[in-house]
Design a protein. Sequence first.
Length: 404
Amino acid sequence: MSNDQRRLAAALFAVAWGTNISTPLILRYQDRQNLSDSAAVAIFSVYVGGILLALLFAGRLSDRFGRRPIVLPFTLLSGVGSLLMIAGRDEFACLLAGRFLLGLVSGATISVGTAWMNELVTPSESDQANDGTTTSADRLRLAGVVTLLLYLGFGFGPITSALSDRWLPHPLVWPYFVHAAACAISAAVVWPAPETKSCDPDVALRPSIGVPAGARREFLSRLAPSSVWVFGFPSVSFALFPVILRDAIGGSDVLVAGVSGSVTAVAALAARPIVRRSATANQALLIGMVIGVGGYVVGVVAFTTGAWWLVPGAAVALGAASGVLLNAGLAITEGLADDEQRGTLSATYYLLAYSGMAMPLLLTGVSSLTTTTTALVSVTIVATVVAILVALQLGGAQRITSSG
């Protein structure tokens, strides 16, 4: 990585860190404000609304005005979101506002930052390709770097807040205050990084899917269905299972929730070699879906039997699935993108991926109409169907390649 890429890495890590600080603390908010399970899960899921809003416009804004005007101020706003969470410890509306803002800044910073990271390739790196452009190996390496940064941040947040809850005073204050300070430092660190996308007043600001016409079929038929599960798998692990199993867990519920969140992230990182060892990134998508379905099955067993100690095991599988899907998806996305649409296409992919974070809220809504078991079994069946479709498409692609 170049020095400029390392600067940007600091901002990406700080923003990712802030996304999950509150996840294990949802149980504390539930007790402190006497919230229902649906309201508690809503604290986590309102984040998705901010992400989706950011991803609809962030790519276009960065393609028009550049990467720096998006990443720098939104890194600072991540810290503001944490300060709102402090105010929300006794006010539900502030909790929702803080989570929404954290979603808004993470969607903008991570999607645009991913494009910026790929454009901050040094001449010596780009010279590896004969035509002076980045190679597929470059894209895979950078996709791995982004995955590493995101999941390190995702995993750092929940375990630190859970440990603060167990051993430090004011656990609903200090984790957020420290994160806000880190965001300010990260913005200062990334300031010298150069702009890579000049202003283009001809870029329209209206939302656009941003998929090149020649790649649209592959993106929509193969990448889009699996992208929803990038966060549809792990969000259930660290935001739903600890809530619906808290009675079985007992007094260590926040610690178990924090451990579950961090284990999910660590598993995602540990699964990165699966993508490198796969014949293609498309094959890795199938592997990720199969692992995720297995994690859902373990989670269903944990809930129906009350065996809460299976939750970390489910977290391992669901985190690994997420890491594989994200790494493979980013590599495929970068391969499909052209220079003019990289920011928009990256935002489009993250838009689909982050929509999966609404899975816990969706499941609690379905369970209120039926039962929690029915909701969990149903979503497992849907994920299985998607895995089968990915397998059929992969098989068709391989037959076409062989016949060619």
